[in-house]
Design a binder for this molecule. Structure first.
Ligand code: ATP
Length: 131
């Protein structure tokens, strides 16, 4: 079976590097399923899971935005943050979710709503992907 090389990289370094059969990402324009031989493209990503299929198993990596660059035999994801499901600290994500929810409930002019909403999205994404 043909495979694709997938690299997920953050400013802190590489997070994932493997040959896989299919990768799905949530682009701003919608879900993008990528198989070997896909036409080259670049797309911005949402805060979501990257799904990596190999040997009938699906691995999940939480990414906070970024971009995906697709070439026929290689997919590179450059993300601000990325964690595999095993790396996610659930307690930390739960605490971040609670903090963001509290900030959003306060409705004070001191609260940066967009920032709190993004923090909430990152926390929910991590909790959905954590093992
Ligand atoms: P927190 O408030 O807990 O820091 P955050 O969403 O603001 O959450 P980020 O700025 O997205 O955190 O990430 C900062 C760094 O911490 C990144 O390297 C990211 O991979 C890591 N990180 C954040 N939350 C978690 C988590 N729940 N489990 C593991 N690593 C995490």
């Amino acid at each position: 079976m043909k495979t694709l090389k997938v690299n997920i990289v953050t400013p802190d370094g590489p997070v994932y590097d493997a040959d896989i059969e299919m990768v799905s990402v949530r682009a701003e324009s919608g879900e993008l399923g990528i198989l070997p031989g896909h036409i080259p493209t670049v797309a911005p990503l949402k805060i979501a899971a990257v799904r990596l299929k190999k040997d009938g198993q699906t691995e999940l990596v939480a990414v906070s935005g970024g971009i995906v660059e697709v070439r026929p035999d290689h997919v590179t994801i450059l993300a601000q943050t990325a964690e595999t499901s095993e790396e996610i600290d659930k307690e930390r994500a739960l605490a971040a979710k609670r903090r963001a929810e509290e900030r959003l409930q306060k409705q004070s002019p001191d609260i940066d709503i967009v920032r709190a909403e993004l923090a909430l999205k990152r926390a929910i994404n991590r909790l959905e992907i954590a093992k």
